[in-house]
Design a protein around this ligand. Structure first.
Ligand SMILES: Cc1cc2nc3c(=O)[nH]c(=O)nc-3n(C[C@H](O)[C@H](O)[C@H](O)COP(=O)(O)OP(=O)(O)OC[C@H]3O[C@@H](n4cnc5c(N)ncnc54)[C@H](O)[C@@H]3O)c2cc1C
Length: 388
């Protein structure tokens, strides 16, 4: 067993911290949040560091699959702003990981170099107005017409669709077919005729507005089905493959990053805020809160990086990624709320970043498979789900 951080990861982390300090100052980040603004210029500068290619094989212009490194990028960006962290995930993971895992040879050649250079961003169009966790029941329909696919239906909570190049859309490609064998994933260009995108008002992840998307007989070439011709009706297998494990970890890494920022700010505030003639950090109740927050954060981070390590080795890690996602996102929520308590009234107002951390952390146990779904997975995978 070796818990030492390898030198290349230490360097990666230092590079990202310098980047965040220089390009993502707190004042600018607060303004992106207030304006619900995606800072494309900062995203482009991030791409110039070469981190978009950390999910892309070297032969396609990337630096090879490095899930630990990818999680570190997500964690460091999430410490400051979801308006950059989530678009990074949308490029490196939604586009890069999925194309590297499931794309046809042709698709890899065409798109992966563009992912590595930071040119491509994918949004996920999976959830629908009546379909949340039960994704196999999607009603957006795709039918073949010669060399084209025609898509009709509605997607909900499609985050970042406005600035994405493609919506990676889960469709029912054989309505009469067997469940789990009747789905496909299609890369639908956001500029296609027949698409309309409508913002939804939501609490957090400002900068990546979540949207309702409707497809009215949208036509795309069959080459945009993930996996090409062979990918038709293989969507569920792609969705639940190795990419799903990484997806759970992406959310865990965001939760760890937000929680780390919340802990840092709360610890600093406890040193500076004086009441009853002493720093509030002198009160044992505050010290104990900080101690619990630090302990939970440490455990969440260890679970995250151990699961990422398994994924890097292509070892089975569905159980570990579900446990990491469950623990890190629930711990992240608790840590952000405890930080808010330490700041008291100042934890509730926009002059401080804590209220943003709370808004963002509350989302993490919901997306990427809710905590209840992760508990179901864990019970099943660990063999505790006894049939009644
Ligand atoms: C801000 C935001 C951004 C999002 N971005 C995206 C995006 O970019 N793309 C996208 O496709 N989706 C996105 N989503 C959707 C998100 O992934 C869904 O919220 C999620 O899939 C769960 O769906 P639901 O919230 O409708 O919950 P439902 O599935 O309706 O569940 C409701 C409740 O019932 C519980 N529940 C459901 N099924 C079970 C079960 N089998 N066992 C036990 N409990 C269960 C859940 O845990 C939850 O508490 C986003 C959501 C939000 C709020």
């Amino acid at each position: 067993m070796n818990f030492e951080l390898p030198e290349h990861l230490e360097q990666l982390r230092n590079m990202l911290r310098r980047f965040v300090d220089k390009e993502m100052p707190r004042g600018a980040v607060a303004q992106w949040d207030a304006d619900n603004h995606f800072p494309r210029d900062v995203f482009d500068k991030l791409a110039a560091l070469g981190v978009m290619g950390m999910t892309v094989p070297e032969e396609y212009g990337g630096s090879g699959r490095d899930i630990i490194g990818t999680m570190m990028v997500i964690e460091e960006l999430s410490r400051r702003s979801m308006a950059v962290a989530i678009p990074y995930i949308m490029a490196a993971c939604y586009a890069g990981m999925n194309l590297a895992e499931c794309g046809s040879g042709l698709q890899k050649q065409e798109y992966l170099p563009r992912v590595a250079s930071g040119e491509l961003i994918f949004a996920y169009g999976w959830t629908e107005p009546d379909v949340g966790g039960d994704l196999a029941s999607v009603r957006t329909v795709a039918r073949r017409e010669g060399d084209e696919i025609v898509i009709s239906g509605s997607k909900r909570f499609c985050s970042g669709a406005e600035f994405s190049d493609y919506i990676y859309t889960l469709v029912c490609s054989d309505p009469a077919g067997e469940r789990y064998r009747n789905l496909s994933l299609v890369m639908i260009p956001t500029g296609s005729p027949g698409i309309s995108i409508q913002r939804m008002a939501s609490m957090g992840i400002k900068g990546v507005p979540t949207t309702d998307v409707s497809f009215d007989n949208v036509r795309v070439p069959v080459g945009l089905v993930m996996g090409g011709e062979d990918g038709w009706n293989q969507g569920w297998q792609m969705l639940t493959g190795a990419g799903l494990d990484v997806e759970k970890l992406e959310v865990a890494a965001m939760a760890v990053g937000i929680a780390a920022a919340a802990l840092d700010d709360a610890a600093q505030y406890a040193l500076e805020r004086t009441q009853f003639g002493k720093a509030i950090g002198a009160f044992q109740s505050v010290q104990h809160k900080l101690a619990d927050m630090r302990t939970h954060l440490e455990a969440a981070r260890l679970m995250l990086y151990r699961a990422a390590w398994l994924s890097d080795r292509h070892q089975s890690c569905a159980l570990e990624t579900s446990m990491a996602k469950l623990f890190a996102t629930e711990a992240g929520k608790t840590i952000a709320l405890e930080a808010q308590t330490i700041l008291g009234a100042y934890g509730y107002v926009r002059d401080f970043d804590i209220e943003r951390y709370v808004r963002d952390s509350l989302l993490m146990p919901i997306i990427g498979g809710s905590s209840a779904i992760q508990r179901n997975n864990i019970a099943k995978l660990a063999g505790y789900a006894v049939k009644g």
